[in-house]
Design a protein around this ligand. Sequence first.
Ligand SMILES: Cc1cc2nc3c(=O)[nH]c(=O)nc-3n(C[C@H](O)[C@H](O)[C@H](O)COP(=O)(O)OP(=O)(O)OC[C@H]3O[C@@H](n4cnc5c(N)ncnc54)[C@H](O)[C@@H]3O)c2cc1C
Length: 545
Amino acid sequence: MTGPEEEEVLCHISSLVGSQSRVNMTDTVSTGSVSDDRTHASFSPQNALPQILFKENYITSKHWTVVIVGAGVAGLAAAQRLMEGGCNSVLVLEAQDHPGGRIHTMNFGDGVLELGAQWVHGEKGNPLFEYAQNMDILSDPRTEYSVEARGLFYSETAEQVPEIVVDETLMALENIKENIYKMFSPTESDNILSSSASVGDFFKQKFEMFLEECGDLPHVQAWRRGIYEWFLKYELTENACNSLNDVSCCGFAEWTDCPGNYLINFKNGFQSVVKSLSKDISSEQLCLSKPVSCIHWQETYEGKELPTVTVECSDGDMLCADHVILTMSVGYLKQHNQTLFSPPLPDRKQELLTHLGFGSVEKIFLVFDTPFWSDSDLGFQLVWTSNTEASSEWVRGIRGFDTVKGHSNVLLGWISGKDAELMQTLGEEEVKIKCAFLLRMFLGRSDIPLPRRVIRSNWQKNQYICGAYSYRSVSYTKLGFRTSILAEPLYCTLLNKEVPEKWPVVLFAGEATDQDFFSSAHGSLRSGWREADRLLSLKRYLPIK
Ligand SMILES: Cc1cc2nc3c(=O)[nH]c(=O)nc-3n(C[C@H](O)[C@H](O)[C@H](O)COP(=O)(O)OP(=O)(O)OC[C@H]3O[C@@H](n4cnc5c(N)ncnc54)[C@H](O)[C@@H]3O)c2cc1C
């Protein structure tokens, strides 16, 4: 079913990690990360057989200094940093048959489609921007820019909402958002009351005040309310939550913007970061299709040597290491932490995982034979001003359709929360029909054709990702949780006085563990470096291999 215009970039990535996938014949892994019609053809168990026999012995017979679980940005960044620091005994285990995690670039036509991370968000102080710039993999933001959530705003009665109303309302909402940052910034909000404030309540209260001040005619007020609903959907996507009432104002204000262009593209897609981070990792050190099922660690150790962490894989393989860095998503950890650790995680960490937010954001790419819009259109934003029959359906969750850089015949719809989860359960035909119906209704154009195909991301369905990214919920801040609690390693108390008494054995990286840049790829990158540096600082105690 794969169209001629499309080719999995992941196949290209496979070449950078060698042609051996080390797929275990006895362990069939369903990645579920993309629509069912795409497979990673280069990794066939048949052609991997000779390597399997060699690799399985190789990885289990060695005692590794560091085993990293997950080959997303965080895991690869940690591996690269460790190796640059002189620690070469590093093994990366990845459950899926490709590296990249929540980065998934797909070749399409003459360009790419990004099913996961799409842009570098900001320049100044952004570690990913600096890294990518040094690697010369970024497009020039002055000539190669993207737009998001722009274009014309239409109501379900096919009226274009006057730009002045759109601009005024969005400006008011941006000001309210700015106020959340100011009032709830970590320096301003050290009290119990502010820790229970929700972003949803804050917006609602301030927006009602704005409406009152405006004193509009009823139809203008209906537009403003529709724009407000549109804006909330935008924020649901930014925060990957079901409702902004779940998002804590304090947690929201912890996010730190990096000044500069917010939608920076890569010359060859986000996958070039994956490629660059893994360029020095040999094929022996990156083991794909190798899910880890349990981390066996010790809380105290009396021996003269250093304690060993045993990594148990789903296929029964046991690997030994001095340290393990885990980079799985919070969604995955929420589902598996009860069985993933032996002994179990400390209570406080388990409780944190219950309260830390992690929800769905999905992309729906509509591919048309020929565009029904013009080159100057930036997108079509959907403003619901009343309740119609369609408004109770999942399609109401679609914020709008943006044009896509490099593809004149593709529109991108964003959807999040419960509507995104429901959308994933539907067949391609139904999604196609519903999206075309929506566009016809809002644009008042019965001539809009059915898209030729629909390409969806399906992050929530992916058993090794389980959603999009993390957010700080109201209960999380109310109970006093901090990112540092999630990021804190599991220590083993050593009686050997030659080394620090609290010896980190299991370490945690990944987007959610970054204090300021959680939910982003630059947060992941920094978290991988942070944990690698933590281990490199112990170098003097280790026979670094
Ligand atoms: C739709 C979407 C759009 C986004 N847009 C942007 C954007 O424009 N800009 C931006 O900066 N960020 C964006 N992000 C966020 C960004 O993609 C992530 O923050 C980042 O890629 C996460 O990297 P990570 O290494 O922390 O985790 P992951 O990428 O999730 O890596 C973890 C890896 O662990 C593996 N794994 C899980 N369980 C196991 C196991 N048991 N054994 C072995 N391996 C396992 C997983 O398969 C995965 O490969 C977006 C995310 C989504 C979903």
